[in-house]
Design a protein around this ligand. Structure first.
Ligand code: PTJ
Length: 247
């Protein structure tokens, strides 16, 4: 364990790096996950390492979708498992969603290690290991999902998803909630709800919104969803990057 003083100006960023490194050492995160994290950090720096007003709104809309869904699923990869394992479990509990391990670079060892890691963080059931369903239009390994998990889901949260898979999932008529710091990525572009924020901030924010909205009638949740404009959310994120307003 390294010690990072909380007063350090880049405390959050250093803590995040450390978690990803530890994830690789534990066999949870792929080496490519390190590269993905670096890319994310660059965008986060430009956005000002904060949740913009527009991202906050998208997080509320995403929470409304999860609450309204018949079969919501939270997809977890090696980066998400390293960064926010307990927070994903909290979000699943607050929304009644299932958790499914869904890897871009799938290996049985990593699937098992991630499922175990999530259980250590309080998950009761972790899907993904049955792999008896397929996402059409992707090659064999990348298409694997659980038939009664992502296969059957009406709403799926996919943090840090690869563009091809995000597109293929969208074509399955699922409502896709995407967390991605790059507003120009294909995943963000094809999402029903693009959340341009760090997964570290986005997931706990979604849980707060879900708790806040839990007692609302469906009509209120539907209203929140209808008002949302994904194009406007992407433009707002690009504006935040271009303005250089880093607070
Ligand atoms: O564990 P696996 O095998 O499923 O692999 C996971 C990764 C993330 C390695 C894989 O899906 C991948 O290679 O993804 P990409 O194509 O690098 O895309 C990752 C996207 O997530 C990029 O657009 C990054 O900007 C963004 N990103 C990275 N870190 C974060 C992030 N977005 C939000 N929060 C982050 N912490």
């Amino acid at each position: 364990e390294i010690e990072i003083p909380e007063s350090h100006p880049r405390y959050q960023s250093l803590l995040t790096r450390h978690r990803i490194e530890a994830g690789v050492e534990k066999g949870i995160t792929s080496k490519q996950g390190l590269i993905a994290q670096g890319r994310g950090e660059a965008f986060d720096y430009l956005i000002g390492e904060r949740t913009t007003e527009s991202a906050e709104q998208a997080e509320r809309v995403a929470a409304a979708h999860l609450l309204l869904a018949d079969s919501p699923v939270l997809s977890v990869n090696g980066n998400v498992a390293a960064l926010v394992p307990g927070e994903i479990v909290e979000l699943a509990k607050a929304t009644g969603a299932e958790i499914e391990v869904n890897l871009f670079n799938r290996t049985e060892e990593r699937m098992e290690a991630i499922a175990e890691h999530l259980r250590e963080h309080g998950a009761e059931e972790v899907k993904g290991l049955t792999a008896d369903g397929r996402i059409p239009g992707l090659d064999h390994e990348r298409a694997k999902v659980d038939a009664d998990g992502i296969g059957n889901a009406d709403v799926v949260l996919v943090p840090l998803e690869d563009g091809d898979r995000a597109e293929a999932l969208g074509e399955m008529d699922k409502t896709e909630l995407v967390i991605d710091l790059n507003p120009m990525s294909r995943s963000a572009q094809v999402a029903s709800v693009p959340i341009v924020d760090n997964v570290i901030r986005a997931v706990p924010n979604m849980t707060d919104h879900a708790r806040d909205l839990a007692a609302e009638p469906n009509s209120t949740l539907e209203g929140i969803i209808e008002e949302f404009d994904p194009e406007a959310a992407l433009s707002a994120a690009e504006d935040a990057i271009r303005s250089g307003d880093m607070e």
